[in-house]
Design a protein around this ligand. Structure first.
Ligand code: HEC
Length: 152
């Protein structure tokens, strides 16, 4: 579906380059992560039944977006994933402490995201520890990826 954009660009309707598709490589990495989290979520649900973040429901984009926007208060300051990554994951973010720019998280606009399973897992664990003082559950991670996949 690249051609219509190309033609529109020629016609002068589109002035910025459009990358609005998730690449095959990104799909593969995200699907691999989703398969892992699906298995882990079953185990976590069994072991930790009753704990808030754990669910036996299928991953949902809505739950993923909620997880992305939920505020945690620490030392009377609010922290969220969107604090650094912005409420719209298609936009460029800014680190709340260093103020350095962060390229968008949404794979539909950033072909460099979700191309390496280890990198995603490391970022998940680091940022979840920063924000929640624990690693996020497989349900949270799976739903978050489901949400990002749905962002067009
Ligand atoms: C204090 C700022 C900050 C917060 C808060 C934060 N992140 Fe990040 N995140 C970053 C930075 C910086 C990078 C970029 C590293 C890079 O560009 O390679 C990143 C990258 C990522 C990536 C890597 C994707 C990829 O393949 O490149 C994921 C996934 C991610 N963050 C998820 C989260 C989630 C989920 C939360 C909330 C639990 C969160 N982040 C909160 C700063 C933050």
């Amino acid at each position: 579906m690249k051609k219509p954009y190309f033609l529109l660009a020629l016609a002068g309707f589109v002035t910025v380059p459009v990358h609005a598709e998730i690449t095959t490589q990104q799909s593969e990495v995200m699907n691999k992560l989703l398969a892992t989290y699906t298995e882990k979520a079953k185990v976590e649900f069994k072991e930790e039944k009753g704990r808030g973040a754990i669910s036996d429901k299928p991953f949902s984009a809505g739950a993923g977006r909620e997880f992305y926007l939920v505020r945690r208060t620490w030392q009377s300051k609010d922290f969220t994933c969107s604090g650094c990554h912005t409420e719209d994951p298609k936009k460029e973010g800014k680190h709340i402490q260093t103020k350095s720019p962060i390229m968008p998280l949404a794979p539909a606009v950033n072909p460099e995201r979700f191309i390496n399973v280890q990198k995603v897992e490391k970022n998940f664990t680091d940022h979840c520890m920063d924000l929640h003082d624990r690693d996020c559950s497989a349900y949270e991670k799976g739903s978050f990826i489901t949400y990002l996949k749905s962002v067009k």
